[in-house]
Ligand binder design. Sequence first.
Ligand SMILES: Nc1ncnc2c1ncn2[C@@H]1O[C@H](COP(=O)(O)OP(=O)(O)OP(=O)(O)O)[C@@H](O)[C@H]1O
Ligand SMILES: [Mg+2]
Length: 264
Amino acid sequence: MNIATTPKLPFYHPTGRECDLFEAAYENGLPLLLKGPTGCGKTRFVEHMAARLGKPLYTVACHDDLSAADLIGRYLLKGGETVWVDGPLTRAVREGGICYLDEVVEARKDVTVVLHPLTDTRRTLMIDRTGEELVAPAAFMLVASYNPGYQSVLKRLKPSTRQRFLSISFDFPDNETEIAVVASESRLEPGRVAPLVRLAGHIRNLSGMDLEEGVSTRLLIYAATLMAGGMGVTEALEAAVIEPLSDEPDVQQSLRDLVSTIYG
Ligand SMILES: Nc1ncnc2c1ncn2[C@@H]1O[C@H](COP(=O)(O)OP(=O)(O)OP(=O)(O)O)[C@@H](O)[C@H]1O
Ligand SMILES: [Mg+2]
């Protein structure tokens, strides 16, 4: 878990009306679900909005072993005494902060049971172990995210869970926005970022190739960062785009071909 109260506003370039929707969700006490591919800005968006609203942010990276107790808390033995220790979700509820459950589909089923009363009009966190029923203050907000591309039949949010959240689909930004984001994050001049973003557009449009997902904004930032540090284009793209995207020699070759059509 990572608790952050950042005085500095993390840079986020909106791609639509997502900031307004986040604020409306917050003001009305509604939970929010962010859907989208890896590296498209979901986490950065939540960090930005939490800082903008001046809220403490409790981020939990969900995984298939994450249980309700990991979120809510547990009794721990401390110096021979048993004491109750709040988990991140409970702390966010008590403090009136934002709890962000990243990759929520990965969490164990008992987590859903906890989320349901918290994400409907009850806004209640049931702490079975202590018998407490915490009603979330207006300042508490629950945000969750997942990548629909990775979903398997076994790991899918049930409609009864999905339909408790407002939802936004994230995608890669339009060219102009992506150039601005990559240039600002990497400090590579926009004129040199533009062909990278053009390359990304081609890669994302490839169909029939064995790529699980298109190249992320995150990888473009990696490539641009290497280039800004003086590395040559070919070497930077090899390490930041081609190798991370695929292990298949054929696929890698097609990506190199795309690179040469753009960089000549
Ligand atoms: N709209 C944006 N404004 C500012 N930075 C952005 C934006 N989109 C992407 N980024 C940059 O891309 C990087 C990756 O974004 P982020 O970590 O938020 O992705 P994510 O959607 O949470 O991915 P994952 O699903 O893998 O966790 C960020 O560190 C940030 O530098
Ligand atoms: Mg993320």
